[in-house]
Ligand binder design. Structure first.
Ligand code: SF4
Length: 344
């Protein structure tokens, strides 16, 4: 008897035969990229269906300049709390791990709760806030509970807009991020005139999303479909959105590899500026920004994050660049496209 997965795969084969041309679908969530690899999905798809990883790994899109600022603050005796994934991401001068080896006080935490506990012992503590709409509500809650934060939080839809406007990138459909969509809902994506499906993280969920995208392509439709209704609702999570809006305001921000994207960053509002590390340490940060020397690098993370090249097309992949010797952020995080490809 055929399993659900096999039946969906049969449908995908029928549709891909009808489409004939190469179809490029981009998964926009690092967890989806992991699920694609774990379930061996690229190997079982018809040859003309290409899956690309997008900028969905929060650590990978954190700008080198922000890493430099955090490194310098730590070396200036500001204690930090950071998520473990960011430790080995290279900055222009060094990584946070290297700063730690130079006696900087950097604690690895798994939640803002842990950071709040450390702050009780060490009141100068700064938490490195990063990630998309998924982690921003927790950071907002922690700021309301007196945690000092350096915010590099980012909003996902402006990045999708930037990808669609880039003529060098060919995308026939998006597998929209599942976790982000649980917060922001489905309506926000309707402005993008491209086939989109929001889906879960099982192999069958991803195959179903691919099948639904091919169906839209065949019918020349560009709509947002929600295969993940068990979690994602049309209007998203109102409480989480309220927290974000209460604590943060929107600003332009820099994404590693993608450059400055208008209205894609979250800055702490004036009302909470006594918890805003960017405000508290503004003089040091201004000085650091002037001193930053961008180091030339052969790393092509920027192109990988936009789906312009695949990890193996980078000359350094699995030669100089490995998870033990990462040359770029995409090889550091377990959600990074190069790291996933290395482990596949
Ligand atoms: S393989 Fe390494 S150097 Fe190449 S793009 Fe990926 S992270 Fe950068």
């Amino acid at each position: 008897m055929k399993t659900d997965k096999t039946k969906i795969l049969d449908e995908i084969k029928i549709k891909s035969d009808k489409i004939k041309r190469t179809v490029c679908l981009m998964e926009l969530c690092g967890t989806h990229s992991q699920a694609v690899a774990t379930n061996g999905i690229k190997n079982i798809l018809p040859k003309n269906i290409k899956l690309l990883s997008g900028p969905g790994c929060p650590v990978c899109v954190t700008d080198q300049g922000d890493i430099d600022i955090m490194v310098k603050l730590a070396l200036n005796n500001v204690p930090l709390a950071v998520y473990g994934d960011i430790l080995n991401v290279p900055g222009n001068t060094m990584s946070l791990e290297q700063a730690r080896q130079n006696n900087a006080d950097i604690s690895v935490v798994y939640s803002v709760d842990e950071a709040l506990k450390i702050k009780k012992i060490n009141p100068k503590l700064v938490f490195f806030g990063l990630g998309f709409e998924t982690t921003a509500p927790m950071t907002a809650w922690a700021i309301k509970n007196n945690l000092t934060v350096y915010s590099t939080h980012k909003l996902f839809p402006p990045a999708m807009d930037a990808l669609l406007k880039n003529k060098d990138i060919k995308i026939d459909g998006f597998i929209n991020p599942g976790h982000v969509s649980a917060i922001i809902g489905t309506k926000v994506y309707e402005k993008f005139k491209v086939p989109q499906v929001i889906t879960g993280f099982d192999g069958a969920d991803i195959l179903k999303a691919i099948d639904m995208l091919l169906e839209q392509i065949l019918k020349k439709q560009t709509k947002v479909e929600n295969e993940y209704q068990r979690v994602v609702k049309k209007n998203g999570n109102a409480k989480a959105q309220k927290l974000i809006n209460e604590v943060f305001e929107i600003k332009d921000t820099t994404w590693r590899g993608l450059g400055i994207i208008k209205n894609s960053g979250l800055k702490i509002k004036k009302k909470y500026q006594k918890y805003d590390a960017e405000f508290i340490y503004q003089d040091i940060i201004k000085k650091i920004k002037k001193e930053i020397k961008i180091q030339p690098s052969a790393c092509q993370c920027g192109l990988v994050l936009q789906g312009i090249i695949e990890p193996r097309q980078c000359k350094l992949f699995n030669k100089i660049c490995t998870p033990n010797n990462p040359q770029g952020a995409c090889m550091v995080s377990v959600e990074g496209a190069c790291n996933i490809e290395y482990r596949s």
